[in-house]
Every structure is written in C-alpha cells, then in structure tokens.
Design a binder for this molecule. Structure first.
Ligand SMILES: [Zn+2]
Length: 422
C-alpha cells in the first residue's frame, strides 16, 4: 500500500507492476528518472477510465469485495463534465488528508482549517457532491456528514429555488455557523442575489472557497453582495483531488505532495497548456496521466507570496468550451469572461456559437440592476471579431453533471481542433 510520502516513482512502479490497467507498461528501471518512466504511460481519458472501472484499477492481490465491506473504499460517481459521468474508487482518508494540505495553500484558509471543531457548509449541485447525493427533501441533521460538513442544496437548478428554499438555507447557515462555505460559484451567485433581493443578511463564514466550475467575474461580483469574506478559488476534481489553490495574489499553487502535474503545450493557443494529473499516495486511485480536460496558463517568475512549485497564472476553462473567433483563433472561457467583466445587473451568462460568425450571448439579469446589453455586445464583438446576438433569459440550462457550461461551439469539434487532432 502507498502512503502520503509516495513519490511519483513509487506510484509508477506500483501501477506498472500491480494495476491491470497498466499491464504491458514497463516499470521504472533502476536509476531511471521519474520523467522518463512517466513518458511511457499513455494519457488517460475519461472513456478509458470508465472502461477500466472497477476491476482493472484494483491492484492485483487486493480483494475489492472485502475492502468495500470494510469501508476502506467505496464507489463514487463523479459529477464529471461533458455529460459523461465517471466512477472512481474513493478512499476517504486520502481525500481528507490531501484536501487539508490544499487548504493550507492560502493564509485565510490555513488559519482556520486545523482548528478543532472546524465546520464547513457546501453549496453545489445536489446530484453528486464528492461521495454524496442529496436530491431529496431531507432534514438538516441528515445532511450533516461527520458532524463537520453540511450540504445545503436539494434542488437541481438554482433558478428553481423558491423563497422558502432561500430562507431554509440561510436559516441553516445561522444554526450551523460554519467556518467555511465551499461552493460552486454559479450556485452561490444565485443564492447571494436571492438573499439581496429578499433584503436578508446571512451568517458570514471565515472564508468562501469556490470550486467545481469556472468562477466568472459576474458570479464573483454577485457573491460579494452577500459575503464580505475572502473568496478563494480552488481547483480539483473527484478523479484527482485538490490540485491547485489560488493564493493571496491570485496565482494558483500546486498541492504538490498529493499529485504530479504535467502541462502539455497547446500549439493552437499560445502560452496555454492542457493539464494532466497523476495523483500521489492513494492506494485505490491508480490513475496515471489523467487528462483533466482543462486548459491552464503557467506563471512566469516567482509569486510574491513566496510559494514555489508549479504555479499557474490562470485557469482558462475546459478545452471543450473554447469558441472560435472570426479570425480562426481559439478563445477560452477566461478570455470571454475577461471581456464581459463584472457587468452590472448580470447574474449569469452563456455564449453559444452556432456557425463561424454566429454567436448568441444569453444573459440572466439579477433583477437588482438593469444590464447594459448593448455594451456587452460591443465588448464581445471586439474579442470575437463578430457581433453576437444578445438576449435576456430567465435562466440557463444546467448540464446533467450539475455544472453550467459558459461557452460552447456547436458547429465543430472544438476540443479536437485545440488538440490538433481535428
Ligand atoms: Zn502565490
């Protein structure tokens, strides 16, 4: 079994020698560098992971039924993206340890997470939150896990929250008084706007950490209406754990004890790279070179916070969420988001491209201010080289995964285009 001190070389040796998925891949040779050994392993995508689950991921000589019975491991469906749910083997002690290490990458979180009695509330899709699902009306007590974590939401689309749901969640925050609120930024933006519209104050945690999907500037501005505490962006996945955390200077630092990351340059997008992750130290999560599907930009130079290791300037969004500008350039979610900015009156938006020069921007007004739709059209025209249609809508559809998809090109396979395989 591996432990928290496992190195990349340990993981590669373990996987090549004992995990059926990697049968045929040569284990690291004596004296060989981990980089050389790693290069022999193929990239792992979700389709391969799905096909391997569960037996080809379980090390030889380990009895899965007994381990499941003992509770050492469980099956967890990820809230995966692209409408493709994936299952992984979930080992709670690993999850807790690496998450705690991730929280220490920001001073506002590090200060609180080690304190006895630390509690957090979670606001995200109820479809699946880590190893839990909460699509049902359950009393608060039954949504508290381990006396530590309260799952607030029981509604599939935040646009469907009734006034009573908003009041219930605000009441529960006051009763539970969590130190942290972990949230999908799109869901928290809706909650924050609804609180503001109701004129209702809310319990202030010590910090908010946003995860699960890309935090748009509009969402962050809406969250700031009701939450006057540090809002920290963290990056992770059910497959690979807590991988990056934004620091006080807005750069993303790697949770390096618990994963190895590779940044594979994307030729079509200068300066951007695909993020590939190998988790470390988890005896049950035998994934090597997992293709996250996300695109990042590496930072140049040292971060003023003094933290070292792999540092990102930005997370650009998912590779499948690029759109294509009129001049043929690939435009990431982050660039669209920067162009729109924290636009007044906008709760949420979605950009859909249906042809080379045909874009539509859907805008959900917050009903507190009037959005300047013409201004948004001009901002995007400058970025895309083509003037989009802009219209106000009541809500934006949520994906089966429970996440929103801020940008999409429907007229071509944009991920293949970005990878150069189209
Ligand atoms: Zn930093």
């Amino acid at each position: 079994m591996l432990d928290s001190c496992a190195t990349l070389l340990d993981v590669l040796t373990h996987c090549a020698q004992r995990v059926p998925l990697y049968r045929g891949v040569e284990a690291p040779r004596p004296g060989e560098s981990s980089a050389d050994a790693l290069a022999r392993f193929p990239l792992l995508d979700k389709a391969t992971l799905r096909g391997a689950f569960p037996h080809r991921l379980v090390p030889e000589g380990v009895a899965l039924p007994q381990a499941l019975k003992r509770g050492d491991v469980s099956f967890v469906g990820t809230s995966g993206t692209g409408g493709e749910r994936v299952q992984v083997l979930w080992h709670q002690p690993w999850w807790d340890a690496q998450e705690l290490a991730g929280f220490r990458l920001h001073s506002a979180m590090a200060e609180h997470v080690d304190r006895p009695g630390f509690r957090e509330a979670v606001l995200t899709t109820p479809v699946c939150s880590g190893n839990l699902c909460h699509v049902a009306a359950l009393p608060m007590e039954e949504r508290i896990e381990g006396q530590r974590t309260l799952f607030l939401n029981q509604t599939v689309h935040p646009g469907s929250w009734r006034d009573a749901d908003i009041a219930r969640m605000a009441d529960e925050l006051e009763r539970f008084r969590p130190d942290a609120l972990e949230a999908d930024p799109a869901y928290l933006a809706w909650f924050s706007v609804r609180l503001a519209r109701a004129g209702r104050g809310v319990h202030q945690p010590r910090f908010v950490d946003v995860s699960y999907e890309f935090p748009t500037r509009c969402a962050l501005a809406q969250i700031a209406r009701s939450f006057e505490v540090p809002v920290i962006d963290t990056y992770g996945s059910t497959e690979c754990g807590f991988v990056f955390c934004a620091c006080e200077h807005g750069r993303y630092h790697h949770n390096s004890e618990w994963s190895h990351v590779e940044l594979l340059p994307l030729e079509r997008v200068p300066g951007a790279a695909r993020l590939v992750v190998t988790p470390l130290g988890n005896p049950w999560l035998n994934l090597v070179r997992f293709d996250s599907g996300d695109v990042v930009r590496q930072a140049t130079g040292a971060c003023p916070c003094g933290r070292g290791g792999v540092t990102l300037e930005a997370i650009e969004g998912r590779i499948q969420d690029f759109v294509v500008g009129a001049a043929g350039e690939l435009v990431s979610v982050r660039r669209v988001d920067r162009a729109l900015g924290a636009a007044r009156g906008v709760l949420q938006w979605r950009l859909v491209q249906s042809a080379a020069e045909r874009f539509e921007l859907e805008v959900v007004p917050d009903e507190l201010d009037t959005p300047a739709l013409d201004d948004l059209r001009e901002r995007l025209a400058e970025l895309l080289g083509s003037r989009p249609d802009v219209r106000a809508v009541r809500s934006i559809p949520v994906e089966a995964s429970g996440k929103f998809r801020p940008c999409r090109a429907e007229h071509l396979d944009v991920a293949a285009l970005a990878k150069g395989t189209a």
